[in-house]
Design a protein around this ligand. Structure first.
Ligand code: ARG
Length: 580
């Protein structure tokens, strides 16, 4: 339980002991800090229930609480507000406990097993800005789940199956018809074909353009795809090569973004369970023929909006995206014992997941003990508020976005940084991008703005990193000067109190973030606490302070906030560089 909730319970019990029946009480953070840190305004409603004067009741409450060691001061203000100021000892104890064990402020003791599906890049298509949020939000939620005590399994769920694969293979066959993959007697041997990622990225758009104009091309691609799914030797070997080349680049980029997965599975892996899945669905009488397609009805009586049936097999015989996700669920629920499965996917795919979830529960692929949760996210748009594009109007590859932000950050780094300048700029760029991406509520759209996101004085990842680097360098200087500190012993300024009071709120913020599956409040908190620390830093000269108790307390406070920020930034997937 967090400290404020503990206090609220204590106050509630004290009020109950006066004979007043209250179920819960809320301490509201006060906006008149001169009057108190928190305010309780329940005396007014008690006055109504017990036909008494609110001031009278407030004073009675004050009298029972006034000797509590948690409070320095309690006062009553008309018409019956009670203002609480926390005692220094209470704040210092909390701070030192957190300093000793930063995780005490995060762990909620929730021990669910959660499967997270995020990433979802598509082989042979460039990893573009549309995949950024899934990676950022997904990884941060994964880290958050672990921080609160859960066990997680993460899966990238690569789009490596289906018609696009047929198109790319056909385009390769058209350009290089002599490759051994396409010979009837191909026997699985290694083929000397230098497929680069650049070439791969160019093949798919060319093939889609052709398929649009030329029906024959489209039909052949479909044919190839069908043969690939039947493991045609040559196509299958070429497909494996395509996946390998594409994944190398994807892995490199994800590594830059501090994104990683336990499972690097793809839609093709789920496909292996398709026969089992269909046998099961037939046995449960789930599959209905509709024209030439196969569907599952997912309408429910309470639906207010139209709910189309889930399309399982298209009229041309191709297995759908929905079927792949059902097969994925089949695999996941058979292999693991899961409390929840989270999908961190663009919110525009909500209908798809509603259909998949309903069909899974209805057919019993997933039982009701396992919660399926769609955590959709909003779009990152360009500054014009329209989907983000490059200058020539095509989608913006993620690598270009990262490079351009890195360039801006590199130009802005201090001139004194000569070693690892580019690497540091990359770390700062990732922080700028991630922080901007995680700051809006998960489902909110936002506009990409490179100047705003890298502003050293704004609500940005760069500002946070810069402040942390400064805290760290203060601690290093103290170490060099051999100053020993381990605890906060005294609070001598209002700014110190403000920092600790803000920190008291963190556990609740972590809880709400986990419940909402959104990182926005953690981002806001980081900004707030960093600002408060910077106010303190501007006011006090820590290293030259002559009072040793003050000086060591200030260093301990600095360490507390640095450790805390580092831990929180880590959850967001952001690293702090040594210098900046
Ligand atoms: N590859 C998909 C896309 O780019 C995203 C996959 C999301 N995950 C899932 N299980 N369907 O749209």
């Amino acid at each position: 339980m967090d400290k404020i909730t503990e206090l609220e319970l204590k106050i509630k019990e004290a009020i109950n002991s006066l004979g007043y029946d209250v179920k819960t009480i809320t301490l509201n953070p006060s906006n008149r800090k001169d009057l108190g840190d928190y305010q309780y305004n329940g005396a007014m409603s008690l006055a109504k229930t017990y036909h008494d004067n609110p001031l009278n009741i407030a004073n009675k409450i004050l009298n029972t609480l006034k000797d509590f060691p948690e409070f320095k001061k309690i006062s009553v203000a008309a018409p019956g507000f009670i203002n609480f100021t926390l005692s220094d000892d209470f704040l210092i104890d909390f701070a030192n406990l957190t300093l000793k064990d930063p995780t005490s402020n995060y762990s909620l003791g929730i021990n669910k097993t959660i499967f997270l599906d995020y990433g979802g890049p598509n082989v042979a298509k460039v990893l573009h800005v549309g995949h950024l949020r899934s990676a950022n939000i997904g990884q941060a939620l994964n880290n958050l789940c672990k921080a609160v005590g859960c066990k997680t399994i993460s899966d990238i769920h690569i789009g490596d199956w289906g018609r696009p694969m047929g198109m790319v293979i056909l385009e390769i066959e058209t350009r290089y018809p002599d490759l051994a993959y396409f010979k009837d007697d191909y026997n699985g041997e290694d083929v000397d074909f230098n497929l680069t990622n650049e070439l791969l990225l160019e093949l798919y758009p060319t093939a889609t353009a052709k398929a649009k104009e030329d029906e024959n091309f489209m039909n052949t691609a479909r044919q190839i795809n069908a043969e690939l799914q039947n493991k045609h030797k040559g196509y299958y070997a070429l497909w494996q090569k395509i996946v390998k080349v594409s994944l190398e680049e994807v892995k490199r980029l994800y590594q830059d973004l501090n994104v990683d997965f336990d499972l690097w599975e793809g839609e093709s892996d789920n496909f292996a369970y398709m026969d089992e899945l269909f046998t099961y669905l037939y046995s449960k009488n789930m599959i209905v023929k509709s024209d030439d397609a196969l569907v599952i009805e997912v309408k429910e009586e309470t639906d207010k909006k139209e709910m189309p049936p889930l399309l399982l097999v298209k009229s041309n015989g191709a297995v759908s995206y929905e079927a792949t996700d059902l097969a994925a669920l089949w695999e996941r629920t058979h292999k693991y014992n899961l409390d929840e499965i989270w999908y961190i996917v663009d919110k525009r795919q909500e209908l798809h997941f509603t259909q998949v979830f309903r069909a899974s529960y209805k057919s019993g692929i997933v039982n009701h003990q396992t919660k399926l949760i769609f955590n959709g996210f909003g779009t990152m748009n360009g500054q014009d508020g329209k989907p983000f594009k490059t200058r020539d109007g095509s989608v913006m590859p993620l690598s270009c976005l990262l490079d351009s932000v890195t360039k801006v950050c590199e130009d802005r780094l201090m001139e004194s940084i000569t070693n690892n300048r580019h690497e540091i700029a990359r770390t700062v760029a990732v922080a700028a991008i991630k922080y901007a991406d995680l700051l809006p509520y998960r489902t909110t759209d936002y506009n990409f703005d490179i100047e705003k996101f890298t502003d050293l004085n704004g609500k940005t990842g760069t500002y946070l990193l810069y402040s942390c680097v400064r805290m760290n360098s203060l601690l290093k200087k103290a170490k060099e000067a051999n100053i020993k500190y381990n605890n906060i012993k005294t609070l001598s300024t209002l700014n110190e109190r403000n920092i600790l009071i803000a920190l008291l709120d963190l556990k609740r913020i972590i809880k709400r973030s986990f419940e909402n599956c959104s990182l926005n409040e953690i981002c806001e908190f980081l900004y707030k606490i960093t600002n408060l620390y910077n106010n303190f830093y501007a006011e006090n000269k820590v290293l030259t302070e002559e009072n040793i108790t003050k000086k060591t307390s200030w260093l301990a406070l600095t360490k507390l906030i640095f450790d805390n920020n580092k831990y929180l930034l880590n959850i967001l997937g952001i690293n702090i560089p040594e210098k900046m």
